[in-house]
Design a binder for this molecule. Sequence first.
Ligand SMILES: NC(=O)c1ccc[n+]([C@@H]2O[C@H](COP(=O)([O-])OP(=O)(O)OC[C@H]3O[C@@H](n4cnc5c(N)ncnc54)[C@H](O)[C@@H]3O)[C@@H](O)[C@H]2O)c1
Length: 367
Amino acid sequence: MGNAPRIGIIGVGVISKVYLETLSARGDVAIVAIADLDMARAAAVAAEVPGARALEVPALLADPDIDVVLNLTIPAAHAEIALAAIAHGKHVYGEKPLAVDLASGKQVMDAATAAGVRLGSAPDTVLGTGTQTARAVIDAGRIGRPIAATATMASPGPESWHPNPDFYFLPGGGPLMDMGPYYISALIHLLGPVTAVVGSASRLRDERVIGSGPRAGVRIPVDVDTHVTGILEHANGALSTLTTSFDSVKSSASPIEIHGEAGSLSVPDPNMFSGEVRFCALGSREWEPVDDLAGYLDAARGIGLLDMLAAETDAEVRASGRLALHTLEVMTAVLESARTGSRVALETTVERPPIVPLGSSFELTEL
Ligand SMILES: NC(=O)c1ccc[n+]([C@@H]2O[C@H](COP(=O)([O-])OP(=O)(O)OC[C@H]3O[C@@H](n4cnc5c(N)ncnc54)[C@H](O)[C@@H]3O)[C@@H](O)[C@H]2O)c1
């Protein structure tokens, strides 16, 4: 790339720290501006990043010297910020979910396509060796024809550790919209797109108590279901059973298991980049560890943005807006099915992103 892509970050809360570490460690991208609704926070973060200025959000969006907006705001703001950035001709990579409802997600995708800019979205954890190695095992035919997957995220919820957990319990939040993107993206990498879903949902409490930070002890309302289950019918015929819960005290369930006619696969936590993949062939009794076969090594959050900037064509972007939109539709359809009691056929689809060859690295090219 002639010039390092110039990145402006909007939203510098909890998750921004790890992005700043990933991006600051590279010489081929430049973080040039930081914005947040909380200007004091933006100024404090910018002071720690050489070459970065603190800007108001509209000034960052309008700045012609910014090529890419990294959108790390809360879910309810994702679509609005992305649309504004696209309207200013900027490429956008954002935290998950792409938007909090399908119509907004489509609007963002359509706007990016019409403007000819790239759109990418977390999660990028599935580009690490964990999910990618499992993908390589499936693609090599070792489990034969896949028939089913189970995917389980069962936790007590984030209010014990997040200082401002309100958004997790407002529309657009909940365990499915928050954690579903990791599991559903992984399932799409592993088994391909989904054509229809069935869902059911419930909740244990109507309020939660913040457990840490300056607001510890404050009671916050719960406006979403906090135990959400779904069955995902993949285009290849496999069925995934997904559980996402903020109502579980403890779980020993495997994050993801894939079952095929010739073997089963245990896939590590898709919220992590690495972890042990285990395989058991039909006729065998014990899991066997699988050596890393694919994926970015030593990756951290932000690799999806770098992968997007390095891709020679839009179709090669792995943590793409297309994948995020399909993931969003899976989630909103599960919630719709839970509400209506009906099976929901999906409108969107997506190609499986290209596998990440083991230890891939890249030079960023001009977009
Ligand atoms: N916290 C985590 O562990 C974690 C992990 C992975 C992904 N994420 C995702 O990252 C995103 C941010 O989460 P977080 O935990 O950092 O939240 P946070 O509340 O700690 O930080 C969000 C920041 O965005 C700012 N903001 C909100 N709306 C804005 C707007 N309209 N314009 C400008 N700034 C705005 C807030 O002032 C705040 O500084 C969410 O989408 C979340 O799902 C969080």
